[in-house]
Every structure is written in structure tokens, then in C-alpha cells.
Ligand binder design. Structure first.
Ligand SMILES: [Zn+2]
Length: 198
């Protein structure tokens, strides 16, 4: 334990996802010891993202506008919606350059253990988007793990019931992992090889 604010800083970093006590200490001391570390730039950015970044009113992706750049792009295929769990998955799929449609970000996956049910996800907003019959295919690109599969199964039932064609990414993605960890080629192939859910 360190005295006062140094420990407070370490504790704060330790609360961030994926940062254990040792990393938290390393980051804190890096900031303390590096003369040219731009503390005010970091502080500025932290409050700026809080202030400016919000969720797209259409798809739930992150944006600084009311609508994200993908939803605002008229060249994107409006008849295709790819459903993902988190904004980071949008980034992963964009990197493959295989998909020119729109996205829908659920904000997580169904996970009874964590107390996350369908009502906690942005499913009503997705159903509203499908209401006008313009969408010709919904691609379920949830993570290839238990929660992601459960979410995809739930959504396929819901969507096939209202006659919206649904497809799921082809297998070949590392099972149990996150979509974002798949390399571009593998993810791109999974996209190309997607199969319609009956
Ligand atoms: Zn959007």
C-alpha cells in the first residue's frame, strides 16, 4: 500500500477491466515517473469522451452525432442488418471489409448467470427497424460462445416468426472466444460462408 493519492490512483486503474493490481501499479508509476507524459491531454480526453460520445439512435454504435457514420452513409446497403453484441464487434467486422450493410448493437448477450435477459438488450429497437419490411437479411454475428449462441438462438426464433430471413456466421471462428479476437481473414470467411437459419 502506498500513501494517499498514489494508492487512490492505483485503485482507480485497478477497477478498469482487464487491469490487475500489478498493471495498475505499473501504469500509475509510469505516469508519475515519465516527465513528458501528457497528463492534461489524458484528463481532457477522458472528460471529452464522457461528454461527446453517445450511442447512435438507430443502431446503438458509438458516435459523436445523433447517428453514427455507418447509419449516415447512403452507400451502405439498407436491406442488410448485422446484429452484434458490442460496438467493438462493429470495428472487428468493418476491418474485414466483407460487409457493406448496417449494424445493430445489442449492448451485450443473454446471460442468466449475469442476470442479463432479452429485456436488457436492444431487441425492441431491432424489431422496430424490421417493421417496414425493407430489410432482406439479418445476420447474427454474436460471439461464438455460450451467451452469444443463446442470444442468436433467441433472436432467430423471434425473427423467423415474423418472416425475416436470418443467417448466422459460418463456423470456423474460435469457439468460446470473442468475435473481436478472430483475425480478419477468419472473420471474413465466416461472413462469406454464413448460412440461413431455418
Ligand atoms: Zn448507427
Amino acid at each position: 500500500m502506498y500513501d494517499g493519492i498514489v494508492q487512490d490512483l492505483i485503485d482507480e486503474f485497478g477497477r478498469l477491466p482487464g487491469i490487475g493490481p500489478k498493471s495498475a501499479q505499473r501504469i500509475a508509476f509510469h505516469i508519475l515517473q515519465t516527465q513528458n507524459f501528457d497528463v492534461s491531454r489524458l484528463a481532457e480526453l477522458l472528460s471529452e469522451v464522457r461528454e461527446k460520445v453517445r450511442f447512435c439512435e438507430v443502431c446503438g454504435n458509438i458516435t459523436e452525432e445523433t447517428r453514427c457514420s455507418i447509419c449516415r452513409d447512403p452507400r451502405r446497403d439498407q436491406a442488410l442488418i448485422c446484429v452484434v453484441e458490442e460496438p467493438k464487434d462493429v470495428v472487428a467486422i468493418e476491418r474485414t471489409r466483407q460487409f457493406r450493410g448496417l449494424y445493430h448493437v445489442l449492448g451485450g448477450a443473454i446471460s442468466p448467470i449475469d442476470g442479463v435477459g432479452p429485456d436488457d438488450l436492444s431487441i425492441p429497437a431491432l424489431m422496430r427497424r424490421l417493421g417496414d419490411g425493407e430489410v432482406k437479411e439479418v445476420i447474427l454475428a454474436t460471439d461464438p460462445n455460450l451467451e452469444g449462441e443463446a442470444t442468436a438462438a433467441y433472436l432467430s426464433r423471434l425473427l423467423t416468426a415474423i418472416d425475416v430471413p436470418v443467417s448466422r456466421l459460418a463456423s470456423g471462428l474460435p469457439v468460446g472466444g470473442d468475435l473481436e479476437f478472430a483475425d480478419e481473414v477468419t472473420l471474413g470467411r465466416a461472413f462469406e460462408g454464413r448460412r440461413q437459419v431455418e
